[in-house]
Write a protein that binds this ligand. Structure first.
Ligand code: NAP
Length: 259
């Protein structure tokens, strides 16, 4: 899925950019010429990433994607710093597990707020620039949990299915405006989310970390954990001009777990 086309100084906002998949997406887009707004809750970790990115001149926006006022302020600042937004990658997310009967309303609402409402708020904030320009790319990092069910993560799974629904409907609404909207759906990927899940299994079952990790890898037909760079490469491809006719799709980056 690589392409040689440059992202040509396009302004890309990546949410949850400080670490994991988001950081790898930021590195990949910056390497191809994009100017980045790195959006997240912790300035220090975002600054560390900004310092390492190629190109220079990237912008940091501290915001909680679940908070409307915070998102609006972040996009206004980003626009003032780097101009109109032409690429939005809704990557910020949290995955907390609980059996359904122990899923509190607070957990349910937090999973929906961060994973689904956050994507809605950021898309609303970015879209006017894309409509004005007649060009835009929105890539939502959903999950295989947006494509199939998993036990013990009903709130997260409901939120990620919502992200896929949002992707499809928005793609249709802007189909004639030069804007594409797609979801990338990783399987278990080597980041803090997976490390936390492994720690959770170890604490709850007494299995070793290696056994728990092997269990996660066994879900993937390739019998391995996905690397963040593989997810970033799919995002990069969707952001290019060559992917102009790909919209409303949910691309599974999961070794064939979903097909
Ligand atoms: P991660 O390493 O835990 O990173 C999550 C990022 O989201 C962090 O930078 C975090 O920043 C940010 N974030 C969390 N809540 C936020 C909020 N309310 N506002 C702004 N930023 C927030 O996780 P990851 O694995 O890279 O996950 C990235 C995306 O991929 C998520 O949407 C996740 O659901 C999805 N995904 C991951 C996997 C996997 O196995 N890893 C599989 C499928 C899908 P701070 O905490 O520093 O603020």
């Amino acid at each position: 899925m690589t392409t040689t086309q440059s992202l040509d100084n396009r302004h890309a906002v990546v949410t949850g950019a400080a670490r994991g998949i988001g950081a790898e997406i930021a590195r990949t887009l910056a390497a191809d010429g994009a100017r980045l707004t790195l959006l997240g809750r912790q300035r220090e970790s975002l600054q560390r990433l900004a310092d390492e990115l190629p190109g220079g001149g990237h912008f940091i926006a501290v915001a909680d994607v679940a908070d409307q006022a915070s998102v609006a302020a972040a996009f206004a600042d980003a626009r003032a710093a780097l101009g109109p937004v032409s690429i939005l990658v809704n990557n910020a997310g949290q995955a907390e597990s609980a059996p359904f009967h122990k899923t509190s309303l607070e957990l349910w609402q937090r999973m929906l707020a961060v994973n689904l409402t956050g994507s809605f708020l950021c898309a609303q904030a970015a879209l006017p620039d894309m409509l004005q320009a007649g060009w835009g790319r929105i890539v939502n990092i959903a999950s295989t949990a947006g494509q199939r069910g998993y036990a013990y993560v009903s709130a997260y799974t409901a939120a990620k299915h919502g992200v896929v629904g949002l992707t499809r409907s928005l793609a249709l609404e802007v189909a004639r405006k030069g804007i594409t909207v797609n979801a990338v759906c990783p399987g278990y990927t080597d980041t803090d989310i997976l490390r936390d899940s492994v720690a959770n299994v170890v604490a709850k079952t007494g299995r070793s970390a290696d056994e728990a990790l092997a269990e996660f890898a066994s879900v993937n037909p390739q019998q391995r954990i996905v690397q963040p760079a593989e997810v970033a490469n799919a995002v990069r491809w969707l952001c290019g001009d060559a992917a102009a006719s790909v919209t409303g799709q949910s691309i599974s980056v999961s070794g064939g777990e979903v097909m």
